[in-house]
Design a protein around this ligand. Structure first.
Ligand code: DX5
Ligand code: ZN
Length: 218
């Protein structure tokens, strides 16, 4: 199963509804929302109000990636705004098991994200409790960066962890994803593909969506 989740970070916010329609036409499966606070990462994006607006314009699952300090304080706001998946960073959350449980209690699916320098094995004791593991394939904070080369090995390690635990979490990647890197990651075992600039910074958003979708469909 391959899920394509366009990230609206690179979309035209003045026309967000139309932009989401274009990725829907191209076969997008989820909509990925990148929330940044200028502290956990050196960039600021948007909060629950925008997620709520996205909710009104699409029936696709909304995948919220929290790149913020103290995400526990905002879980309820994002889930009330319509998030279906909420992912928090391993590097930020001290009581991760509690946070994962809280996300689930609030009615959403729970994800844990690791930065490129955080070992996959660090997830060994949380993986069986999560719905999703997100392996950053760039350093978080900005769109348009290059896919980090050891990501393929890290994806394979996540596949190994999943098999070892007999768990059913999805393996998601985020950053530098285009038709080429998506195919490599797909072959390594990734299941959810976040793509921002390779979709929204093109002349034909629907066609770019189709192209990436095709690259992960074989
Ligand atoms: C990076 C964000 C990504 C970003 C990916 O911090 O988490 O979701 O939108 O952008 P691209 O696809 O342009 O690398
Ligand atoms: Zn993201």
């Amino acid at each position: 199963m391959a899920i394509l989740a366009p990230s609206i970070l690179s979309a035209d916010f003045m026309n967000i509804s139309q932009q989401i329609r274009l990725v829907e036409i191209g076969g997008a499966d989820w909509i990925h929302c990148d929330v940044m606070d200028g502290h956990f990462v050196p960039n600021i994006t948007f909060g629950p109000v925008v997620v709520q607006a996205v909710r009104k314009t699409t029936k696709l699952p909304i995948d919220v990636h929290l790149m913020i300090e103290k995400p526990d304080l905002y879980l309820e706001d994002f889930i009330n705004a319509g998030a279906n998946y909420v992912s928090v960073h391993f590097e930020e959350v001290v009581h991760l098991n509690r946070t994962v449980n809280r996300i689930k209690e609030l009615g959403a699916k729970a994800g844990v994200v690791i930065n490129p320098a955080t070992p996959v094995k660090a997830l060994g004791d949380i993986a069986e409790y999560v719905d999703l593991i997100l392996i950053m394939t760039v350093n978080p904070g900005f769109g348009g960066q290059k896919f980090i080369s050891n990501s393929l090995r890290r994806i394979k390690e996540a596949v190994g962890l999943k098999e070892k635990l007999n768990a059913d979490f999805l393996i998601e990647i985020d950053g530098g994803v285009n038709a080429e890197t998506a195919k490599l990651a797909f072959d390594a075992g990734a299941e959810v593909f976040v793509a921002g600039s390779s979709i929204f910074k093109t002349d034909n958003i629907s066609a770019a969506t189709v192209e990436i979708k095709n690259s992960i469909s074989q």
